[in-house]
Write a protein that binds this ligand. Structure first.
Ligand code: PEP
Length: 250
């Protein structure tokens, strides 16, 4: 069943699961999700649970851990913040940057997203750059322009020295139960791929879809040639539900 294609399946736990719950999660999830040649699994636990996640997944080369947020400075008087180097030391190999909850709940700008992306890469982390339009921007016909602006701003420094993935996450689909149709998602993914070629040259960057992905809609999304994986929030919190999504790789 393996193919030339490979998929990235990422779970963003947001502010759920402390260290003890993380160890229990991996115990269940890894048993349900054996290694598969055409998929990589990424889990983004809360920062405090990074060591527990890294330890619990250390025997699995197909599983990597990421940090949900970081500060762009490497150290300093920034109470409550964590640097990319610290996240890496705690076991992270990937970093989410520009998640819509960071942009819209915490007011993070395109410029701060760029700083975070560059700090992540400088520390050896692979960024997952999240982009996506609000419902008002979509209704105004601005969806592609907004996403192009977010990509251009975050990648102004050029291709990161580490691996890069982009996640298209329409804000109106995150945590709402609404999903972009596979056709709408595929259309935006083509626009993102074209913009990435313009900004970074020919090398292929995986583009994931995120926004209310569930076991019952994952297969249809992952079958589309433009969709290289999924970034899953709510449905990744339960190991059985995320394992079902991971099995949806064609
Ligand atoms: C997310 O947090 O990135 C996300 C896509 O959430 P949900 O799957 O719950 O919509």
């Amino acid at each position: 069943m393996s193919s030339e294609r490979s998929w990235l399946l990422a779970g963003n736990w947001k502010m759920h699961h402390g260290p003890a719950a993380t160890a229990a999660y991996f115990n269940a999830f890894l048993r349900l999700t054996p290694p598969h040649p055409s998929r990589e699994l990424l889990l983004f636990p809360p920062t405090l649970a990074l060591p527990a996640a890294a330890q619990a997944s250390s025997a699995r080369s197909d599983v990597a851990i990421g940090v949900q947020n970081l500060h762009w400075e490497s150290q300093g008087a920034f109470t409550g913040e964590v640097s990319a180097h610290m996240a890496r030391e705690a076991g992270a190999r990937w970093a989410l940057v520009g998640h819509s909850e960071r942009r819209h709940l915490f007011g993070e700008s395109d410029e701060e997203t760029r700083l975070k992306l560059e700090a992540a890469a400088e520390a050896g982390l692979h960024p997952v750059l999240c982009v996506g339009e609000t419902i008002a921007e979509r209704r105004a016909g601005e969806a592609e322009a907004v996403v192009r602006r977010q990509l251009t701003a975050a990648l102004a420094g050029g291709r990161p020295s580490t691996r890069l993935a982009v996640a298209y996450e329409p804000v109106w689909a995150i945590g709402t139960g609404e999903t972009a149709t596979p056709d709408d998602a595929a259309q935006m993914h083509r626009a993102i791929a074209a913009e990435l070629r313009r900004l970074l040259g020919e090398a292929r960057v995986p583009v994931l879809y995120g926004g209310s992905v569930k076991p019952d809609n994952a297969r249809e999304l992952l079958q589309r040639p433009e969709i290289d994986g999924v970034l899953v929030g709510g449905a990744s919190l339960d190991p059985a539900s995320f394992a079902e999504i991971c099995k949806a790789v064609p």
